[in-house]
Ligand binder design. Structure first.
Ligand SMILES: Nc1ncnc2c1ncn2[C@@H]1O[C@H](COP(=O)(O)OP(=O)(O)OP(=O)(O)O)[C@@H](O)[C@H]1O
Length: 254
């Protein structure tokens, strides 16, 4: 299948999908989004997207994470809460593979995953536009060049629209707020069709409308069968979660 993201059949046609197989794929993807039962079926019986076993991470000579056993299921929104300094960001980084474990293991069982760091950690000095950053997610398409451009445009437009950033597509990334940068990084993951989304406080600092938009995207992705794991203290996100775990002083509680 040439791509995995979800686009409307009309948009697929408008973008010039050449053959029936590609059009079918685009239409199936669009149908998945509007058919929760299909997502339920897809989620049933599928393995966890990432598994940590006896995970330990030492930073600055200190055990920041200790004996973490965690399975992140597909088709669900899992939220990790806990006090400042408990190790939540460190856990996300270890699961994302950007921080090596000091002990134990992390096993990723997905082809593509996305990591959206805390707003203060999202890079802000990239001399590129919002569209450029989101488009990175669409790079892996296998198709002839002209068609690839049309697919990429479609995937990126759809992803930016879903996170409410479409109007800012031509804006330099460096001019964005931390929360906006996070949403563009989320769009990058959506454009890639990531099967695992790892998000560090994705709604912190957003106004009510933006929070609702991000929350809706996370719920929708979970419904489609994506494994969504977010670190958050936000009541709305906690209330929307299928499962809430608590991390305290480097140890995970059910
Ligand atoms: N590079 C580092 N070197 C040494 N210690 C570190 C490093 N990065 C983080 N720490 C420490 O590890 C602990 C966990 O940090 P982490 O950022 O994972 O916590 P957190 O639960 O995400 O906190 P917050 O809610 O404030 O974001 C903290 O005590 C922090 O000071």
């Amino acid at each position: 299948m040439p791509f995995r993201s979800s686009v409307s059949p009309d948009a697929a046609r408008d973008a010039g999908f050449g053959d029936a197989a590609e059009r079918d794929a685009a239409e199936r993807a669009a149908a998945r989004r509007s058919d929760p039962d299909a997502a339920d079926r897809a989620a049933v019986g599928r393995a966890d997207a990432v598994t940590a076993r006896a995970l330990r991470v030492d930073l600055g000579g200190r055990e920041v994470l200790r004996g973490i056993d965690l399975r992140v299921p597909r088709g669900a929104l899992t939220v990790i809460a806990g006090p400042n300094g408990a190790g939540k960001s460190t856990l996300l980084e270890a699961l994302a593979g950007v921080l090596a474990p000091s002990g134990g293991s992390v096993e990723l069982a997905v082809d593509a995953h996305a990591f959206v760091p805390q707003r203060s950690a999202a890079p802000d000095r990239l001399p590129v536009t919002v569209r450029d950053v989101a488009a990175i997610g669409a790079w892996a398409q296998r198709a002839p060049l002209l068609r690839r451009r049309a697919i990429e445009r479609l995937l990126v437009d759809d992803a930016l629209a879903r996170v409410g950033m479409h109007g800012l597509a031509a804006r330099p990334f460096a001019e964005l707020s931390g929360g906006q940068r996070q949403r563009v990084l989320l769009a990058q993951g959506l454009a890639r069709g990531a099967e695992l989304l790892l998000l560090d406080e994705p709604t912190t600092g957003l106004d009510a409308e933006q929070r609702a938009a991000v929350l809706a995207v996370l719920r929708e992705e979970a419904r489609r069968g994506v494994a969504v794991l977010a670190v958050s203290h936000e009541p709305e996100l906690l209330a929307a979660a299928d499962r809430v775990l608590r991390l305290e002083d480097g140890v995970l509680a059910g």
